[in-house]
Structures are given as structure tokens and as C-alpha cells.
Design a protein around this ligand. Structure first.
Ligand code: PLP
Length: 379
């Protein structure tokens, strides 16, 4: 099987699993316990936190372990909006992950926040002039994703952050897809808060982190024993934190080489599909694109049909977003780009990993060509 759905999830790296194992077995202590086992767990957690802080260019006290990208995003958005009452206005984009859009929707519904969506162009890039025009004295937060999970388009987060800061507000970046490919330090992204997820990086599902500057007041989502400096109560998942820290270090060590190599593989996949299928249309920006994502519309097919055809030929990919997969609704991301709703149903996303090979790409392009031709000939 050729697995090209790494934007949905990736396997746990063997080294990560190995590093986690002792913390699930012999060294199983609760970091809050006052005995030797507890102290060992507390030290392991502190070590994982400081290594992750290095990755984020943050202080250890600015890193909160979470249950994944969704929780980090919820904590950043609701936490900042409710903890820093500069006003009740939030700015985001129409192509964010549901974790962002639904957190903001909650603030609108329950707390009366006003929400502005910055328009994106046909490539999915935020229009900076429009953004500047939307920022207000009562804007409490700007939240944008560094890289889109369906189309791979990258945002100019540093420029967006500069506009937010000039307007006196703060910016959160959803770096779940960007992590492992781009520098996700707070400074490089120009952000005050950044959330990431373990299972896109070779750590397990169910762990992630939010780096948020300590000057930000975050209203917690989870109340209880006051762990994570009161930002997230609950006994810490020490093994997962250790795994996440190692996964971040491993991906950082290989990041530049992997980004260069996978960009070439991605471009090869695009070139092969475009050469074989002239009606295939690449979605997202050609230039400002995550190394790992190539997404297409295959006119005259259904995305689900192409995916089935691919799976029959040993290639696993997705229609774009794991949440939207299987639903009949066209992707809101593609609609925001101006794609026709019927065309949006023909979307297929290939997402690569550092382990993807040239042979995988060649086979995936051939399988795609066959699957699309089989469907279009039927019509
Ligand atoms: N943000 C983006 C851009 C994503 O792609 C995802 C997951 O696919 C998430 C957030 C949610 O992360 P998690 O699955 O860890 O909750």
C-alpha cells in the first residue's frame, strides 16, 4: 500500500514509541506526587517541556501540553478571547480548520463576539489590505493557519502578525500542518500563540502543545488541580509529552533536507498528473505551498470515486479534510476559493511524508491516471 494521507495522520516513529515506553511502565509516576516515582515523572515532563520550548523559541513556562491540535486551538482562541477582554471582535479566515471556526462560532453564539472573515484569493492567500481594514480597537484576536490542510497554501503569517500587532491585538497561528515543514517558532511565525499536534509529526494521536507568551492571560478550558500553571488542569500525559518532544526534535533535525526533497517529489507528482490528465486542476497556490500537499480537482469524476479507484490500485489518499471525508457537502475551503460546488466534489488530496519515495509518487500518478480515466470513460 502507498499511503499518501499524511495530512490526516502519520505513524508513530519507532524511536518515539521507544522513548515513551518507560513512562508507561516502570516510571509510571504522577508528576504531582511527592515521592521518588512522582519526582522522576515531574523531571521527565519538565525535560520534555523545555525541549519543546526550544523548538517554539519560547520559555518552558509558555508551553502547555494539550490533547492535540483541536484542544490547543480551542485553548488559544477561547482562552485569549475570554481572558484578555480587549473587546469582543475576532478576525479569522474562511479556510481555517473546524477547530478554529467552531471555537470562534462558540464565542459568537454564547459570548456575543463579532466575527470578521478576511477574504482569501483564488489560491487561498489572505488579502493583507482587507485584513488591515478589518482590524478594530476592540479586536481581541487574529487567528490564522500557517498552512491549509486541504490545499496546502501557506499564509504570510509574519506580515499578518505585524498588522495585528500594529493594531494593538494578538495573533494565534494554527501550525498543525506546518509543523515539520516550516520553522514554527513564535518569532518566525510572528505569533503570540502557536498550536501544534503530535500525530502529524510522528508522535501519537491525542497529544499536542500550545505555546503562548506568558504575558497573555488565558482563561482555561479545563478546571481542576491547576496543572500546566493553571492553563490546563488534569494529570499530565507524561509519556505522550516525552514522545512529542522527541518527535519535534527529530522532525526539526531533518526538516530542511526533507522539505527540499519532498517539494521535488510533490512537484513531480503534480507534473505527472497534469501531463497525463489535462483536465486535472491543481488547487491552492503553486508557489506558496506546503512541501507535502498536492490537491486536485478532476472534472467529470467524483472525488469519492477517484479515491475508491486509487484504493483498488493500492494508493490511499483523501478528499481533503478527514472531517469532511464521507460527507456530501462540498468543502467550505474550496467554496471560499471560488470553486464551483459541483467541481468541489471532485477534489482529491495527496499528502506526502519525509518517508515518501520517488517510486511511490510514480505509482500514485499512474494509479490516479487510470482511476480518473476509468471514471471519465464511464460517463
Ligand atoms: N488544524 C489543522 C490545520 C489540521 O489539519 C488539524 C487536523 O487535521 C487540526 C487543526 C486538528 O488537530 P488534531 O487532529 O490534533 O485535533
Amino acid at each position: 500500500m502507498i499511503y499518501l494521507d499524511h495530512a490526516a495522520t502519520s505513524p508513530v516513529r519507532p524511536e518515539v514509541l521507544q522513548a515513551m515506553w518507560p513512562h508507561l511502565t516502570g516510571e509510571f509516576g504522577n508528576p504531582s506526587s511527592h515521592h521518588a516515582l512522582g519526582d522522576a515523572a515531574s523531571r521527565a515532563l519538565a525535560d520534555a517541556r523545555s525541549r519543546l520550548a526550544g523548538w517554539f523559541g519560547a520559555r518552558p513556562s509558555e508551553v502547555t501540553f494539550t490533547s492535540g491540535g483541536t484542544e490547543g486551538i480551542n485553548l488559544a482562541i477561547k482562552g485569549i478571547a475570554l481572558g484578555q477582554p480587549r473587546g469582543r471582535h475576532i478576525v479569522t479566515t474562511p479556510i481555517e480548520h473546524e477547530a478554529t471556526l467552531e471555537s470562534i462560532n462558540f464565542l459568537r453564539r454564547v459570548h456575543g463576539f463579532d466575527v470578521s472573515l478576511v477574504p482569501v484569493d483564488a489560491d487561498g492567500r489572505v488579502d493583507l489590505d482587507s485584513l488591515a481594514g478589518l482590524l478594530r480597537d476592540d479586536t481581541t484576536l487574529v487567528s490564522v493557519m500557517a498552512a491549509n490542510n486541504e490545499i496546502g497554501t501557506l499564509q504570510e503569517t509574519a506580515a499578518i502578525g505585524a498588522l495585528a500587532h500594529a493594531a494593538g491585538t494578538v495573533m494565534h497561528v494554527d501550525a498543525v500542518q506546518a509543523a515539520g515543514w516550516l520553522d514554527v517558532s513564535l518569532d518566525a511565525l510572528g505569533a503570540d500563540a502557536v498550536s501544534i499536534s503530535g500525530h502529524k509529526l510522528g508522535a501519537p494521536k491525542g497529544v499536542g502543545a500550545l505555546a503562548a507568551r506568558s504575558r497573555l492571560v488565558l482563561e482555561p478550558l479545563l478546571h481542576g488541580g491547576g496543572q500546566e500553571r493553571g492553563r490546563r488542569s488534569g494529570t499530565e500525559n507524561v509519556a505522550a509529552a516525552v514522545g512529542l518532544a522527541l518527535a519535534a526534535e527529530l522532525s526539526e533535525a531533518g526538516r530542511e533536507e526533507a522539505s527540499e526533497r519532498v517539494t521535488m517529489l510533490r512537484d513531480d507528482l503534480i507534473a505527472r498528473i497534469e501531463a497525463a490528465l489535462p483536465s486535472a486542476r491543481l488547487t491552492g497556490s503553486r508557489e506558496h505551498r506546503l512541501p507535502s500537499i498536492a490537491s486536485f480537482l478532476f472534472a467529470g469524476t467524483s472525488g469519492e470515486g477517484v479515491l475508491l479507484g486509487l484504493e483498488e490500485r493500492g494508493v490511499v489518499s483523501s478528499s481533503g479534510s478527514a472531517c469532511a471525508a464521507g460527507s456530501d457537502e462540498p468543502s467550505p475551503v474550496l467554496l471560499a476559493l471560488g470553486v464551483d460546488p459541483l467541481d468541489a466534489q471532485t477534489a482529491v488530496r495527496f499528502s506526502l511524508s519525509p518517508a515518501t519515495t520517488a517510486a511511490d509518487v510514480e505509482a500514485a500518478a499512474a494509479a490516479t491516471t487510470e482511476a480518473v480515466k476509468a471514471l471519465t470513460h464511464l460517463r
